[in-house]
Design a protein around this ligand. Structure first.
Ligand SMILES: [Zn+2]
Ligand SMILES: [Zn+2]
Length: 216
């Protein structure tokens, strides 16, 4: 079920190992990550419950190239699909290892039509999402930062109480530590991670904990 956590921001929390989805409604209607293909019907029903059809989605903003984040992209016929160009290469050639599709039993690969420009702003007025490059979980992982509302959509880079894996293809512990240090410099109050619940307070401590976990 989507819940409206802030005006025009809806969160869909996955109940299994699939990823969360976040719906932002503004100048455009965008979805951050889709979850697994098998979660497609539930995602569609949840969108309908808050008044949206898959056709209404203008853009899919994918945080990285793992199938638990892109598998349900098949639902959205009108969406431009964004991903960092490094990860997009593997999705476009349907690499079942890189995308964890073999492990997660995913059989759908979207055609990535747009590559993010790092540090650019994606205009979903009143929201403006800055694309932050955060390699470490995968080389092409990104976070999306909304400065005015102080939101960070963090994909699998950092969660509430833990950090992303760095032992998967193109992952790097050192790069992940470096990415977390760059996130430390951002001023945000709300963390919307790829898995688990949102974090409403203690962002500095949460990132510090992540860096300490990785530095052990
Ligand atoms: Zn994930
Ligand atoms: Zn991942």
């Amino acid at each position: 079920m989507f819940e409206e956590v802030f005006p025009n921001l809806f969160a869909f929390y996955a109940t299994d190992y699939s990823a969360n989805s976040y719906l932002l409604v503004g100048k455009k209607t965008v979805l951050i990550d889709t979850g697994l293909k098998s979660g497609g019907p539930a995602l569609k029903d949840s969108l309908a419950a808050v008044g949206f059809a898959p056709e209404d989605i203008d853009s899919l903003l994918l945080t990285h190239g793992h199938s638990d984040h892109f598998g349900a992209s098949y639902l959205f016929p009108n969406a431009e699909i964004y991903m960092h160009k490094f990860d997009a290469t593997y999705v476009n050639i349907k690499d079942v290892i890189f995308t964890a599709s073999a492990r997660l039993n995913n059989l759908y690969f979207p055609r990535i039509t747009k590559n993010y420009e790092i540090d650019s702003l994606i205009d979903v007025a009143p929201f403006k999402l800055r694309v932050i490059s955060t390699p470490g979980h995968t080389k092409g992982s990104i976070c999306l930062y909304e400065e005015k509302s102080k939101f960070l959509f963090s994909g699998d880079t950092i969660f509430s109480g833990s950090v992303g894996r760095h032992d998967l293809p193109s992952g790097s512990k050192l790069e992940l530590i470096d990415s977390l240090k760059r996130l430390q410099k951002l001023d945000f109050d709300y963390l919307f991670p790829g898995h688990g619940l949102m974090l409403k307070e203690g962002q500095e401590e949460n990132i510090k904990m992540g860096i300490e976990l990785l530095s052990q």
